[in-house]
Design a protein around this ligand. Structure first.
Ligand SMILES: Cc1cc2nc3c(=O)[nH]c(=O)nc-3n(C[C@H](O)[C@H](O)[C@H](O)COP(=O)(O)OP(=O)(O)OC[C@H]3O[C@@H](n4cnc5c(N)ncnc54)[C@H](O)[C@@H]3O)c2cc1C
Length: 511
């Protein structure tokens, strides 16, 4: 019986592998070359949070490290990221200053629960305990964050830091500087097309084949290859293999390079993978484009401060403090398109800045009015993907009045939202603001299976020697659903572990 189950699992894996190989266009096993064009100790593939971190730590640990990036610049999804970073503490002590100190245990619990207990607790511990180590290191290297701390959906502690420009580019540019100062060689426009292993499904990972403008090159990695190629949210075929209901009509927040071939190449040489069917929609993207722009971060940072989400009828449809998957499904099932975040002037500086909100108004991504009636007129005056809405002003006024009462009571009988008394604000005076929002494909929680030491496992649970992975290309960290602001620490911490492991064979001490 067990044999039948196992052969079924292997057959399914092979079928998915073949589908994946077809997507990557690189079927079969390729014998390693007799001689190599370039040699390094550690070869890091992918220049996002994970790869930049891996390359930096490998180099700092004494290895000759190279970073390979297929695009003309480093950054991947990381550089277009919203700049929100979850860390239970930091040298800035922002949560402590708000009178809301957090703890690693609470961060771990929220992450485990937020992923429906499917995340690997050991990987979650890495993320949580490593998070302040990386944040403090980035701050020491010039990263600036805003003097605010938020509690977005699924988090029940104030731990989400926002970078000064509310952009992942603040982190990437700091990491890039660190990598350059450390002396890591960076090869741009260099695409990995194959991972060499000694034998089919057996032996050590030796190096990679890359495609460059000058042709193909084979690169030997004496100590290890680190896969940090990111997720596959921008590969519609791969997304649909795992989640067929996500059609082309659903937008995507990702950069064009998030196409997942790194994951397919890893599977091609026997790496195990998990959780590819867990694909997250970001609930607050621009309804017209599907893009997660800066305005789309406001609804994310706002819930604990009193922001209200309403449907086209002007009625609440969800607990605003809920996880992204819950908010997305509630929006899709709200009976109309799109939904809106409503807030008032008093709240602006709690989760954004006046300059930013004015910018979004100029871009027509945020609407402003002196009364709620006028705000509804602004909402109804626009089209969303060519469609009009007809929100009744009376409904919005009644919804806001009722929600104000819930804030006074400290309880939300409709959706059970946790209300932090003294922090959540009522919407009582103008100007009032609305931001339209709609779910868009965002994060792939699945990927290659790694150990807590960032070693890639094979289909039989053995470590593949010389092969490490970090970041969105891995699976099993977040479970069914990633909590917002947990990806930066996941990527950077596991990058640190992978880089240190590849260079020294030992993981860094996190606690
Ligand atoms: C718009 C947006 C906003 C986000 N905001 C936040 C946020 O505020 N906070 C948060 O915690 N998370 C956020 N996330 C999630 C987070 O940004 C990503 O999970 C994270 O950037 C992934 O980092 P990574 O290093 O694994 O991959 P990436 O940053 O995507 O980097 C992977 C790199 O590998 C390269 N690559 C891929 N294949 C190859 C190949 N074959 N050869 C060579 N190079 C290759 C890619 O070009 C890319 O540069 C956001 C995501 C998006 C899309």
């Amino acid at each position: 019986m067990l044999r039948k189950v196992l052969s079924g699992v292997v057959a399914l894996t092979l079928v998915l592998g073949i589908v994946g190989m077809a997507l990557a266009g690189e079927p079969g096993f390729i014998t390693p070359p007799g001689s190599w064009d370039e040699t390094y100790d550690v070869v890091v593939v992918g220049g996002g949070f994970a790869g930049l971190s891996a390359a930096y730590f490998a180099k700092k640990a004494g290895a000759d490290a190279v970073l390979i990036e297929k695009m003309p610049f480093v950054g991947g999804n990381s550089i277009i990221n919203g700049g929100v970073y979850a860390s239970y503490t930091s040298k800035l002590k922002l949560a402590e200053k708000l009178g809301q100190p957090d703890s690693p245990e609470k961060h771990i619990e929220d992450t485990v629960v937020g992923g429906d207990f499917m995340g690997d607790p050991a990987l979650i511990e890495n993320l949580v305990y490593g998070s302040p180590i990386i944040l403090d290191l980035l701050l020491d290297n010039g990263l600036q964050v805003r003097d605010m701390i938020s509690r977005p959906g699924g988090h029940y502690g104030y731990r989400t830091h926002t970078t000064i420009n509310q952009s992942g580019s603040d982190v990437v540019l700091t990491q890039k500087k660190m990598v350059e100062e450390a002396g890591v060689k960076v090869l741009l426009n260099t695409k990995m097309t194959y991972i060499y292993r000694e034998k089919p499904m057996e032996g050590r990972v030796l190096g990679i084949r890359v495609e460059t403008k000058e042709g193909e090159r084979n690169i030997l990695a004496k100590k290890g290859v680190i896969l940090a190629t990111g997720g596959f949210a921008n590969n519609p075929d791969m997304v649909r293999v795992h989640v067929p209901w996500i059609t082309d009509e659903v937008g995507c927040t990702n950069h064009p390079g998030a196409t997942g071939e790194g994951l397919v190449m890893a599977k091609q040489i026997g790496a195990n993978s998990l959780h590819e069917c867990y694909i997250q929609l970001y609930p607050f993207a621009d309804p017209n484009t599907g893009i997660l722009d800066a305005a789309a971060v406001v609804p994310f940072n706002g819930p604990s401060f009193g922001i209200v989400y309403v449907d086209v009828q002007g009625k609440r449809y969800v607990d605003e403090g809920q996880r992204r998957d819950v908010c997305s499904m509630a929006a899709l099932n709200s009976g109309g398109f799109p939904t809106f975040s409503i807030f008032s002037d008093e709240m602006v500086e709690l989760f954004s800045t006046r300059e930013d909100i004015e910018k979004y108004i100029k871009q027509d991504r945020c609407f402003k009015a002196d009364s709620l009636e006028q705000l509804v007129k602004e909402i109804n005056a626009r089209t969303y993907k060519g469609q009009k809405v007809n929100m009744p002003a009376d409904n919005l006024i009644a919804t806001i009045k009722q929600h104000n009462g819930y804030i006074d009571q400290g309880a939300d009988p409709d959706f059970g939202k946790k209300i932090d008394k003294g922090i959540a604000k009522k919407i009582v005076a103008g100007p009032y603001y609305a931001i339209p929002q709609w779910p868009s494909v965002h994060h792939t929680m699945g990927g290659v299976k790694i150990t807590p030491r960032a070693e890639v496992e094979d289909l039989w649970g053995n470590v593949i020697p010389g092969f490490f992975a970090a970041g969105e290309v891995t699976g099993g960290v977040h479970g069914t659903n990633r909590l917002g602001s947990n990806a930066i620490p996941d990527c950077a911490v596991h990058g640190m572990i992978a880089g240190t492991m590849a260079a020294t064979g030992k993981p860094p001490v996190l606690k």
